[in-house]
Structure formats: C-alpha cells, structure tokens
Design a protein. Sequence first.
Length: 115
Amino acid sequence: MWKLVRGVRVLLRIAHAEPLAAHLDHTSTRQDLDHQLHLKSDVEIAELVKDRVQTVYHPTSTCRMAPREEGGVVDAKLRVYGIRGLRVCDASIFPSIISGHTVRIMSISLHVKYS
C-alpha cells in the first residue's frame, strides 16, 4: 500500500512541476479531480488508493491444467475432472500466472495445437 502512496506523491510532484504544471488547472475545485490531493496526508491518500485502484491484469489459472492429485482442474485434453463432456479452453487453464499478455499466449497455443 505504501508503495502506491509514494507513487501518488511522485505523480503529484510531477503534476506540480514545469512544464506540465502550466497545462493543468490547479485552481479547480471539482471533487472528482482531486486538485487538493497534494494537501492530504499519507493515510488519506491510502484510503483514496483503496477506494479507486483496480487490477488491470487478465486473471488466469483458475482452472489449472495439472494432474488432479496436484490440484489440477483439467487434464491435457482440456477435460474437466469429474464432469463428463465439459472442457475448458481459455487462459484459466494456465498452470501458473504468466507475465505476458494472455491473448497472445492463447493465440499461439491454439495455432500450434490446431495447425
């Protein structure tokens, strides 16, 4: 949390420094624009971060492909253990979360599998 608060503080310093400051209206009083944020305490900024921060990652690995005894949900043929006729074919089958963009990985995987 405190890394995020420090990040907000850095962004505020940038917003109040030239040449950017000249292009921003620091006199606005609109609540949603937080022009007085630089006057808030770290605790208040932490609360703002809690209220507003959202993840932008693409969740993966919720139906992990692995042997059932290792906590897997689907087998190598994408069949869901214990549910006949059901298969899963999306990023949820990744054994672990990747650092790349999931759409690209799925495209490559499907291309290799079905080419």
